[in-house]
Write a protein that binds this ligand. Sequence first.
Ligand code: GLU
Length: 286
Amino acid sequence: MTSVTRFAPSPNGLLHVGHALSAIIAHDVARKNGGRFLLRIEDIDVARRRPEYVSAIFEDLNWLGLSWEEPVLVQSEHFSEYLAAADRLIQMGLLYPCFASRSEIAAAADPEKTDPDGTPIYPGLWRGASAENVGQRMAAGESPALRLNMDGALQALKAKRGDKPLTFVEVAEDGRQETRTAEPHRWGDAIIVRKEVPASYHLSVVVDDARQGVTHVTRGQDLLPATDLQRLLQELLDLPEPVYSHHRLIKWSNGLKLSKSNQDMGLRALRAEGATADDIRRVIFS
Ligand code: GLU
């Protein structure tokens, strides 16, 4: 099977060497077996995205010597498709509106119970809310987030698959494949459509990976737990299952994660200091 891979950065900062590792792995996996490498701009976070970061992504990837298929998919141009997928989940009775504020959630949540991102598990405030309550908030002009009813979703999964466990295939750097069990319940009633934008990271990723025919998702280890929820959404929406490779993260020698916000190990800054694309490959693969 030829691989279709993608690099899917969010244009809310400049790329650093960690992104270079993600992009190069995705690119090389595709090139190695005559596959296709795609670039996707994940800009649903409209408050944080910046056009100059989109141009910087193209510039930095070109500098790294990578090439990708055109046209590049830009997520903010596809909100109606994410909503159509959300609508399917609504038809299945698996999403519900939630008007709770961050502080209301924080006050009601059990701080001991957190999701893999470290956020307290949603305490179910609007799960099972009456149509009247929802109607009142809508009439007041408020727009809700849409949350997945996790218990309902797991029941729907069971109705579809029986006792067959939800799994995904992780491919290691040496090509060895391992089947792992996905544990989506760890996310609780996750947000599937955000209040501010008609999508969420998890929903847009599964819709786009399917639409673009992505067969091999390569990304950082930090997104490994996201796979659990994304596999659940794929099953509920009848989307194909890609294989996954979650690569090591590049960290500072003191163990701290690189971050876009403080520009550490930024590709642009390294280039300005005279580094070459070969230097970057040497650093990330040494
Ligand atoms: N857009 C995500 C990020 O920049 C990556 C999404 C993915 O690879 O699934 O962290």
